[in-house]
Design a protein around this ligand. Structure first.
Ligand SMILES: N[C@@H](CCC(=O)N[C@@H](CS)C(=O)NCC(=O)O)C(=O)O
Length: 201
């Protein structure tokens, strides 16, 4: 199994983190985004979007971090990380959708504008990102995890760009439930850090 990743990419980190927590080995293939390797014809055959991450598993190719999380969770984790029972599945799905909307367009874009020269309105992205943090705080104020009462791929999908928010000058101090969740996730067996994410105090 091969995972095409960039070491600074939060979306690449999501499947790496799940694989580590599942204890499943995987070859990592580095994609240099600064040199635009993700836009080369050979890579576009793997992912027509020209982005990391991509998973290759015995001839099966899957792009998009959310799709890769779903695939890995079902293939290697059974019902633990992504259950099929309708209500539980929908609860996980709603946070996966949230990760690809408010978190992606708010928190991820704010970091990309600040650090990677992405065009866009930094203040608008920060404000949108803060709406995401308020929603997360609402859930995490009295629940340990996002979708269910245990960790699922919903938590993995939301974690990187929330934990990276300070990197885009979005302070997390007003969201104590979110800070506690970050610390809880970092304490799980198999956790691996993303260098830019600070360890919770
Ligand atoms: N929705 C996609 C987003 C992937 C994405 O934004 N990847 C970024 C790195 S974090 C990328 O490859 N950027 C380079 C580019 O778009 O050219 C996913 O979750 O996989």
């Amino acid at each position: 199994m091969k995972l095409y990743v960039n070491e600074r990419s939060g979306n690449s980190y999501k499947p790496r983190l799940l694989l580590s927590m599942l204890g499943v080995p995987c070859e990592l293939v580095a994609v240099d985004l600064a040199r635009r390797e993700q836009k080369r014809p050979d890579y576009l055959k793997l992912n027509p979007r020209g982005q990391v991450p991509v998973l290759e598993d015995d001839g099966t190719v899957i792009w998009d971090s959310t799709a890769i999380l779903a695939y890995l969770a079902r293939r290697h984790g059974g019902d633990a990380w992504f259950p099929l029972e309708p209500e539980a599945m929908a609860k996980v799905m709603q946070w996966l959708a949230f990760a690809q909307n408010e978190i992606h367009y708010g928190l991820q874009f704010a970091r990309a504008i600040k650090h990677f020269g992405r065009p866009g309105n930094l203040e608008e992205c920060r404000a949108y990102g803060r709406t995401a943090l308020a929603v997360l705080q609402g859930r995490l104020a009295n629940h340990p995890w996002l979708a269910l009462e245990r960790m699922t791929i919903a938590d993995i999908a939301c974690f990187p760009y929330v934990a990276l928010a300070p990197d885009a000058d979005i302070a997390l101090d007003d969201y104590p439930g979110v800070l506690a969740w970050i610390g809880r996730l970092q304490a799980q067996p198999g956790f691996i850090p993303l260098p830019a994410i600070k360890k919770a105090a």
